[in-house]
Design a protein around this ligand. Structure first.
Ligand SMILES: Nc1nc2c(ncn2[C@@H]2O[C@H](COP(=O)(O)OP(=O)(O)OP(=O)(O)O)[C@@H](O)[C@H]2O)c(=O)[nH]1
Length: 306
């Protein structure tokens, strides 16, 4: 998690430092509390979590009466860790699943999200993480809307050393490509199949219908174990609205929050987890192939308060 710390240091520590500075300034009058609240809201923590945190901090100040920076850091750390919720299960289904016939089958991960959020990049980086853990991975290019998308995925596959199932026909049926990819994964006895999907179609209804269809068609052969929603951390409320639309159509099991290296709005982790009731499982910390990390809530909070 050293990477998480050093990458977040650029942006989110500014938020942590501002909070620590305000809370340990020794004069917590009404104006100072307003500033604390504003800082929390600006981090995209959301109104509900902000009110909870404010109430808890005010109680601490009343009870403790102290505002030495070290003490403030201790309470703030406790409160933030509780909000980010280390009790959520953040494991990703990525090893073979048992079947009734004893043969077993690959885990199937569907990756969804609006175009430009970093979906294809996240699929590539996730494949790399899993290959490093000795998993046999296969990619499926079910984004057939944009011609270059399959090429981009295949390039990632080649870089990571895993096969990509794709169609050479433009506008091929994405559900058919997903079906073929899972079939190849079953036949090849791989550990995990990761399906990249389109983020843009002629309209939102088409896109959502398509995701539902891909899932239904894949499930004729194998359950889909994970649906990971990729969200761009820099998009704030807009990102949260996108998350809601996706969650209405497919049951999201985890969130990959990308571009956390480019924002001081780390509070969105809390807001999106609360909104969808599922954990952030992965964070994107840059454009490089190694810049995807499993999300560790305690390391995340420690990085903010460093
Ligand atoms: N800084 C930063 N950039 C990222 C991160 N993840 C992805 N990107 C960049 O975001 C841009 C979009 O990424 P893509 O993977 O093409 O996005 P997509 O969602 O698949 O988009 P479409 O293929 O158009 O649907 C690329 O330039 C990526 O390098 C991240 O964690 N941090």
């Amino acid at each position: 998690m050293r990477k998480l710390r050093s990458r977040l240091a650029r942006s989110n520590t500014a938020f942590g430092r501002a909070l620590l500075g305000l809370l340990s300034s020794g004069k917590l009058d009404e104006e100072a509390w307003e500033e604390v609240e504003e800082t929390l809201l600006l981090s995209d923590l959301g109104t509900q979590a902000t009110s909870e945190l404010m109430a808890s901090l005010k109680t601490q100040v009343k009870v403790d009466g102290s505002s030495a920076e070290d003490e403030v850091r201790t309470w703030l750390r406790e409160d933030l860790v509780r909000l980010v919720d280390p009790t959520m299960d953040r494991r990703i289904a990525s090893s073979r699943r048992p079947t009734d016939d004893g043969e077993g089958r690959p885990a199937v991960i569907m990756v969804v999200g609006v175009n430009g959020t970093g979906k294809t990049t996240t699929v590539g980086k996730l494949a790399r993480v899993l290959v490093a853990e000795d998993r046999d991975v296969l990619l499926g290019a079910a984004d057939t809307f944009r011609a270059a998308a399959a090429d981009q995925l295949q390039t990632w596959g080649a870089r990571v050393g895993v096969p990509t199932v794709r169609s050479d026909r433009e506008s091929a049926d994405p559900a058919a490509v997903a079906f073929d990819a899972v079939k190849a994964g079953i036949e090849g006895e791989v550990d995990v199949v990761i399906l990249d999907t389109a983020g843009r179609l002629h309209n939102k209804t088409n896109l959502m219908d398509e995701l539902g269809k891909i899932k239904r068609v894949v499930e004729k052969q194998s359950p889909v174990d994970e649906v990971i929603l990729v969200l761009d951390a820099t998009t704030g409320q807009n990102g949260l609205r996108q998350a809601e639309v996706f969650a209405q159509e497919v049951a999201i099991t985890g969130i990959a929050l990308t571009k956390l290296d480019g924002t001081a709005k780390g509070g969105i982790v809390v807001a999106v987890q609360r909104q969808l009731g599922v954990p952030v499982k992965l964070v994107g910390l840059g454009e490089g192939p190694d810049d995807l990390a499993p999300f560790d809530p305690v390391a995340f909070v420690d990085a903010i308060l460093e």
